[in-house]
Write a protein that binds this ligand. Sequence first.
Ligand code: SF4
Ligand code: FES
Length: 373
Amino acid sequence: MMPAPPLGLVAELTHRCPLRCPYCSNPLELVRAGQELDTSTWRRVFDEAAALGVLQLHLSGGEPTVRNDLPALLRHAVGAGLYTNLITSGVLLDREAIGDLAAAGLDHVQLSFQDIDPAEADRIGGYAGGHDKKRAVARWVREAGLALTLNFVVHRQNLERLPEMIAFGADSGAGRIEIAHVQYHGWAFENRSALLPSREQLEIATAEVDAARTRLNGRPVIDYVVPDYYAARPKACMGGWGQRLLIVTPAGKILPCHAAESLPGLVFPRVQDASLEATWQHSDAFNRFRSTEWMREPCRSCDHREEDWGGCRCQAMALAGDAAEADPICGLSPFHERVAAALMESHASAAPFIYRGVTGRKKLPAIAVRANR
Ligand code: SF4
Ligand code: FES
């Protein structure tokens, strides 16, 4: 049976980015500017996506606004009938550029924040002045009439300021606030010990979100999910492998998820050589972990197998060393104790952030870890 069409395409226009967030989900090896797909190839990819049945286009990176052809790409995507969402740090935008994007037909902006305290935000993102710029960008986006989501990435070093983040979001005119716990893929896995929150931090944060949801009565909507390492069961990563989303990397590889290149033994077709449709429907890379046939025990006979689809394949690879295992977040996984071990290791450590550097890794000092707010 043919798989249903994907709902969304994530177009990673570039890996270039002025920020250096220690939880960056991009792979350890970044695509260089000279290897990026050109404008006409991206246009063709958008046409193929629309023909395949994709409804939503997420323009992402790296930082997608480094691409000078972004307005042209947007116009083409809108012409193809796609709903367009720009996922941006905002630091390279000004009022005029936002006006150009709105004029090109952009529907929605997802603006990321590293913290609510300016000095801490700039320290975490490794970009001086970034936070103040983001606040201005949020205002300009609303002035331009665009729908806005604020995305706060939270972890052990900023979770205590969650109430201020929510208060800012509620005043900003955003329709949605995402409180996104770090996912431990890519560069974030390198920084896991510096980022994992304590259970006490998590319980306080969860209660704060519940209270804010009641107080704000759905305006804005607050998205919040308990982070994997504390969850009772894994999430349906990407809505299930090869079921809802596909990703095209800056160099043209077609992936079922951001971290898929971390899985050995999979060959990912490139848009230069294969169509989105053929890759979605017939490639081994998309079919390998689709649905439930690939599952071993305990997933194979589990009642939840068509709810979480066995969790995250990349997390299974990272924690269990085998992408075909149940996600070790699951209490039934034989590797589940590795999650507890990672939590214990992080609680015992005050590890500094490891930042991506031009010539290699660069360490910046950690702030003190406070158990109480
Ligand atoms: Fe999900 Fe597999 Fe755990 Fe069942 S055994 S809850 S399908 S990860
Ligand atoms: Fe790859 Fe979850 S990040 S399946």
